[in-house]
Design a protein around this ligand. Structure first.
Ligand code: AMP
Ligand code: MG
Length: 356
């Protein structure tokens, strides 16, 4: 299939209506949002959703998020909508928050991975909103990467993964946030975060009072399956092996150097890398055993780390780095979302003073 790649600004009405027509005709279009690039199809057309799973190689029990451009649109696809939905929509939409509601029969089960709930979000990106509008108002869209690879934060990443697999790619430049939306489930007793993101538990609590977080999302050995089906898959991962190194800056430096030296000694010709903050890289100094060193920005700027993370993971792939040591970050606030993605990218492989 030939994929049309088009640069787009909000005012490009002709491009947006052409993209909308592709969706209405059952095709797929990748588009920019403020979090990562999405791979869109008509959320109300079961065949479109099947095509999305096929293009990504995504397991079909992993539901898609339905993107809308007006809060009221939720009423056409969901039932028993609680007050919390409207409170959160007013505060955070358009924005990086996905809400789970009970679905009605308008939404095919192919879109929701067989569940009777539906995930809904209104993205904060002018191109995304205009595109959703042009497409008829309901665009199912997971991240526009091949399943298991880091999510795309540049149009170039989407082209790498999706060229030849979908009808059109809307190139809207770099994304602003860089990690996927926060997901909050509003179908239970207490609103529960199923995936951390830019909107933190604190921010949700300020609006709702009580909010829980699904504990399964930060640790693989909590004994529970995560409630967002997608969170159980290895995800966001580079092709090389990534290990996260924990401890004080001095300990992390020591452990990284020791592990790098060992890899160089035991695996001849193995290409090694380090992914760390500016501060840690300065402390690490020369580092002769690391072939590639990449910075995620300042330790104190989780926004910058989030924006760079997936891009840097893809760069390690491009440079065919086989073993990567990454600095681990504090798990507070938005840092928790970054750490969650890092842990998944590393397949929960941690190195610290006690686990070498
Ligand atoms: P992605 O679009 O690639 O960011 O993935 C969407 C995420 O939303 C996956 O982790 C899904 O498991 C999750 N999700 C979508 N719909 C639901 C739902 N109805 N209930 C729980 N999680 C959902
Ligand atoms: Mg994804």
């Amino acid at each position: 299939m030939e994929t049309k790649i088009v640069k787009v600004k909000t005012e490009d009405a002709a491009v947006l209506s052409a993209a909308g027509a592709v969706i209405a005709g059952g095709g797929l279009v990748a588009f920019p949002t403020e979090t990562v690039y999405g791979l869109g199809g008509d959320a109300l057309n079961r065949e479109s959703s099947e095509k999305i799973y096929a293009a990504k190689g995504r397991p079909s029990d992993n539901p898609l998020i339905v993107h809308i451009s007006k809060t009221e649109s939720a009423e056409k696809i969901a039932v028993d909508i609680p007050e919390e939905f409207y409170l959160l929509a007013e505060t955070f939409w358009p924005g990086p928050l996905t809400m789970i509601l009970k679905k009605n029969e308008t939404v095919p089960r192919e879109t929701t991975g067989g569940l009777d709930t539906v995930a809904i979000r209104m993205p904060d990106h002018p191109v995304a909103l205009a595109f959703i509008e042009a497409a008829g108002g309901y665009v199912a869209a997971p991240s526009a990467n091949v399943s298991g690879r880091p999510s795309p934060t540049l149009a170039r990443h989407v082209i790498e993964d999706m060229n030849g697999r979908i009808d059109m790619i809307l190139d809207g430049g770099d994304v602003g946030i860089g990690v996927e939306s926060t997901i909050v489930d509003l179908t239970g007793e207490v609103p529960t975060i199923l995936r951390p993101g830019y909107v933190t538990e604190e921010m949700l609590k300020r609006v709702l009072g009580k909010v829980d977080t699904d504990r399964a999302i930060m640790s693989p050995d909590s004994g529970q399956a995560p409630k967002a089906p997608g969170m159980k898959y290895r995800h966001y991962a580079p092709k090389g092996s990534l290990f996260l190194v924990e401890g004080s800056p001095e300990e992390v430096c020591g452990l990284m150097k020791q592990n790098l030296a060992e890899v160089k000694k035991t695996k001849a010709g193995c290409k090694t890398g380090v992914m760390a903050s500016d501060e840690l890289l300065a402390l690490l100094g020369e580092l002769p055993d690391a072939d590639v060193k990449k910075s995620l920005g300042s330790q104190n700027d989780s926004g910058e780390i989030a924006r760079r993370l997936y891009r840097v993971l893809r760069e390690f792939d491009e440079e065919e780095v086989e073993v990567i040591y990454g600095e681990s970050y504090s798990g507070d606030g938005f840092g928790q979302a970054v750490m969650n993605r890092l842990m998944k990218a590393a397949g929960y492989c941690i190195i610290n003073k006690t686990k070498k």
